[in-house]
Design a protein around this ligand. Structure first.
Ligand code: SF4
Length: 316
């Protein structure tokens, strides 16, 4: 690990201002992803700003009947919250499908959204990776791609976003609240938070330098049957090959998002409209324009079959 300096932030605005002012600064909260990346020298921040002491660890109702989730609420606490389990079951189930109990105890809501890809070439500093080192190439293309993306990818990067929670947040139309370096706040829909790689895969989110996520806001509950189904190589502590997050209403309408296939939680509202016609119609719409590799073309079929199982479960 490379040497770095460290401080505790006094307030969210203070943290954002300092992060923008100090070169190569990073926020740290749970550290479940960042510390691993620092040990491997994939992330080499010169300065860490600890945001753990900030008062961002509560879940509170919003005026319109939704929920405001503090950025520092742990994944364990969020999954266990009675309101989340009752009204946003999809979110609770997605959280419990991710990582391990120990990691969920430390990992935070904002950190989960901002965790980085698990592309194996990104973690191997002997390999070319445009995300780790812009312009160096992409060793994954032409390499082992079974786990990697099939849609939303580019000739520069085919990595996927690894979060289960983010897929549920996307289906729930969540919005993040932030504070910027100048002290002003703004709201960014989760749908717009994660960028597609294009020719700049090192740019992963719409956040400005120093901008700190302070909360995630869920709109009022929409009812329906909430299902999160994750398909992976082993039963726990593994990232999704494909995951499906769905809210299905009694009349067959609803919403659907897919994880494990793209650089961001993948949802197309037009595909939601196909739900009454079944899994094949939704998949055709959702994966229109997909560019799988020979090794991961199975994910197209897996999306359809997983969605089919989800729709059957909803009927049951
Ligand atoms: Fe890096 Fe993306 Fe290529 Fe993986 S797919 S090696 S993260 S550029």
């Amino acid at each position: 690990m490379k040497p770095f300096t460290y401080e505790r932030a006094a307030s969210p605005a203070d943290a954002a201002a300092r992060a923008a002012r100090v070169p190569d600064a990073k926020f740290i909260a749970g550290g479940t992803n960042l510390l691993d990346l620092m040990k491997l020298q994939i992330e080499t921040p010169a300065h860490l700003i600890d945001v753990n002491g900030l008062d961002l660890d509560t879940i509170a109702p919003t005026g319109d009947g939704g929920l405001r989730i503090g950025a520092l609420v742990s994944n364990t606490d969020l999954a266990a919250d009675a309101r989340v389990r009752r009204d946003y079951g999809l979110l609770s189930r997605a959280l419990l499908a991710g990582a391990s109990g120990q990691l969920r105890n430390k990992a935070t809501t904002a950190g989960n959204l901002l965790q980085r890809t698990r592309c194996p070439y990104f973690y191997d500093t002997n390999q070319a990776c445009n995300k780790r080192q812009p312009g160096s190439g992409c060793a994954a293309i032409g390499g082992v791609t079974r786990q990697l993306g099939i849609i939303g990818t580019s000739v520069a990067c085919i990595a996927t976003h690894p979060s289960d929670m983010a897929v549920a947040m996307r289906v729930l139309d969540a919005t993040v609240e932030t504070v910027r370096a100048d002290g002003t706040g703004r709201r960014i829909p989760v749908a717009e938070l994660h960028l597609l790689p294009g020719d700049t895969p090192h740019l992963e989110t719409a956040l400005e330098p120093g901008e700190l996520i302070t909360a995630v806001v869920l709109p009022p509950p929409v009812g329906g049957t909430h299902i999160y189904r994750k398909v992976r190589d082993r039963a726990s502590y593994a990232f999704a090959l494909v995951s499906v997050a769905a809210i299905v209403n009694a009349d067959g309408t609803g919403r659907v998002g897919v994880g494990g296939i793209a650089p961001r939680p993948w949802r197309d509202e037009a595909a939601d409209g196909e739900l009454p016609r079944g899994a094949r119609a939704v998949t055709a719409r959702l994966l229109d324009g997909a560019r799988p590799t020979r090794e991961n073309a199975f994910k197209v079929t897996l999306v359809e079959r997983t969605l089919g199982a989800v729709l059957n479960q909803a009927k049951g």
